[in-house]
Each structure stands twice: as C-alpha cells, then as structure tokens.
Design a binder for this molecule. Structure first.
Ligand code: DAH
Length: 345
C-alpha cells in the first residue's frame, strides 16, 4: 500500500468514527490517536524518508490537507458536544413554576417571651422603663442589698449556683432594684421600672420546679408612694392580663426587702371565684409577691427613707403562663418541642 493509500484509509476510518463521538474525553482520545505525536498519521509519515524528492512534497501537502480537514471537523464536533452539555444543563435547571412549593417552616415567639412582652407593654403604657439586669450577680446585690445579710435564714429558700463564694447566678430579679436605685437621679423625677429576666435556684427539676425560670421585677420610688399605689398598679395589671372582671386580694406575707409584704391573689379567671380545679376550690389564685420597699433597702442605696418611699413586686412568667393556659409541667417550656410553641401562634 502506498502512503497515499494509507492516508486515504486513515481518512475513511476517521470520517466514519468521528460522527459517533458524543463526549469530550473520547473526542480528545481520538484526536491524539489520529493526529498526535505518536498517532497514526505520524506513523504513516515515517515512511516519507523512502520517497523520492518529487513525491515527498506531494505527500506532505496531502498530509497537511488531511490534518486541516480533521482539525476543523474536531473543532465543530467539540462545539457540538459543548452545546449539547449546555442544552442538557438548561433542561435540568428548568424552573417549573406550577410545581407545588416547598413550605418554609415558620416559627413563632416562645410563650414565655409572649407573656413577658405582654407585661412589658402594660407597664410601658404606665410610664415605666424596662431595665436589664445581670444573670451572673454578686452576693452583695442578690442578697445583702436586698436586706438578706450572710446569716439570714431566708437565704435557705434561695440556694443557688455559686461561681465563687461572692459571685453567683441570681436567685431573683430583685438585685436589679438595687442596681437601678444606685443609678437613678431622683432630681430628674421618680423611679419607675420593670426588669424581666432569667433567674436560677438550686432546685431539682420536676413538674413545678425548675433550676432556671423567669421573673419580672417591678419597682416604683418617689415621695409619698403608698400601699394604695401598689394596689392600684397590681389591679391594673391583672385586669389587663386576666380580664376586667378580675378582683385582687392582698394577703400579709414576708419578704426581707419589703415591709409590709404581701402576696397578691386574683379572683379565679376560670370559675370567676366560685371554686374549681384551677383555684383549688378557693376562688383565688396567687400570682405574685409584693410590698413596700424596706427602708434598709432604700438607705443602702443612699436614698433618704424619711423622704422617699416605694413599692416593689415580683412575678413569675412560668406561673402566669401555666395558670392561664393550663400547662401542668414547667419542663414543657424548656424541652424545645416545637409542638409546645405551635400552640401559641
Ligand atoms: N424576689 C422574690 C422572690 O423571688 C419576689 C418578690 C417578692 C419580689 C416581693 C419583690 C417583692 O419585688 O416586693 O421570691
């Protein structure tokens, strides 16, 4: 076979194979095998050294023609393959707007947050400021400044988590009272604040106890603040939260930081006072602790207790929410089960 015939054969087989190629890798392998340095054309051209001077350029021209033809065919094949890839990609990425959408799960605020914000709104409406406190507190603010010196027996009811012997997780929001009194400038007007936040106790968790729960502290200090102001304020609070027909009842109690101290009950919002399972047949539900700020607490803040007086109160959001919505296990608030929150959308 002459070299010309060999090239013609190679051309025939190349023209037959090329149209069947459908991917870039095969196309490249084909190019290397036909036109590459160790390819078939190179192999054929090795025979050129035996040709005459006349024939050699002819064969060279033929080889170049062949190379050009195949190269241009390779190029169009390459574009063809690329176009197919793009077309396929476009097809796969087509957006069918008629398909049903994926529903994005929508959350809602935790019922304790909702309860807190509801109470905040009521007090903002009465001109109170909302103050943040520290969850990590000092013994000094959590106890001493609340009239609970080191050896005070009432400390037993509020055992907590200690970081050092002087730094602890606050057992109530009451230390915010002392901190705000320290910061307040009474020449600018009365002090009226509430302070919501987390508190901690060394309790074993069960249906009604949690080592961590929430409180809202309230404090008003001015000249001539009397018990009637406290009663009127609490009355407004419970009527806004539990309904206009609710009545309030104050029972004597004891807190070291108030004198006198009271426990506030509301007439039962379920039975209206007749007696039911919510009020344990008494017609009344205990909702918070309160009292007139103890003169010692005022004096420790440098406030003249002969000129100024005040009232304070503390309530627990968990207790309020449990009563209101019939939640019977406090742990439900913290376990993170979405079904708990979904009930309060
Ligand atoms: N700090 C009290 C507690 O955690 C609640 C309380 C009672 C706060 C009476 C007050 C108050 O401000 O006047 O048990």
């Amino acid at each position: 076979m002459t070299l010309q015939e060999k090239i013609a054969d190679l051309r025939t087989s190349a023209l037959e194979k090329l149209p069947k190629i459908a991917d870039e890798k095969t196309l490249n392998d084909f190019r290397v095998s036909v036109l590459g340095k160790k390819g078939e054309l190179t192999d054929i051209l090795k025979g050129m050294k035996d040709l005459s001077n006349e024939e050699r350029p002819k064969l060279g021209a033929l080889a170049n023609e062949f190379r050009d033809e195949i190269t241009s065919l390779l190029e169009s094949k390459k574009s063809e393959i690329e176009a197919t890839i793009i077309a396929k990609k476009l097809e796969n990425e087509t957006l069918d707007v008629t398909l049903p959408g994926k529903k994005v799960a929508k959350g809602n605020r935790h019922i304790l947050t909702q309860t807190t914000e509801e109470i905040e709104d009521i007090f903002l409406g009465m001109g109170y400021q909302i103050v943040d406190g520290y969850e990590v507190e000092t013994d000094y603010y959590n106890f001493e400044r609340m009239n609970l010196p080191k050896d005070h027996p009432a400390r037993d009811m509020q055992d907590t988590f200690y970081i050092t012997s002087d730094i602890l997780l606050r057992t109530h929001t009451s230390p915010v009272q002392a901190r705000t009194m320290d910061a307040h400038d009474f020449t600018k007007g009365p002090l009226k604040m509430i302070s919501p936040g987390r508190v901690y106790r060394r309790d074993t968790d069960d249906a009604t106890h949690s080592h961590q729960f929430h409180q809202i502290e309230g404090l008003v200090i001015d000249e001539n603040i009397a018990m009637s102001d406290l009663k009127g304020t609490l009355d407004t609070l419970v009527k806004k939260m539990f309904g206009a027909e609710r009545k309030i009842r104050l029972r004597p109690s004891y807190f070291p930081f108030t004198e006198p101290s009271v426990e506030a009950d509301i007439s039962c919002f379920k039975c209206g006072g007749k007696g039911c399972n919510v009020c344990k047949m008494t017609g009344w539900i205990e909702v918070l602790g309160a009292g007139m700020v103890h003169p010692n607490v005022l004096e420790m803040a440098g406030i003249d207790s002969t000129k100024y007086s005040g009232f304070a109160f503390g309530l627990g959001q968990e207790r309020i929410a449990m009563l209101r919505y019939g939640i019977n296990d406090i742990r439900g608030f913290y376990l993170g089960d979405a079904r708990m929150s979904e009930q309060f959308k």
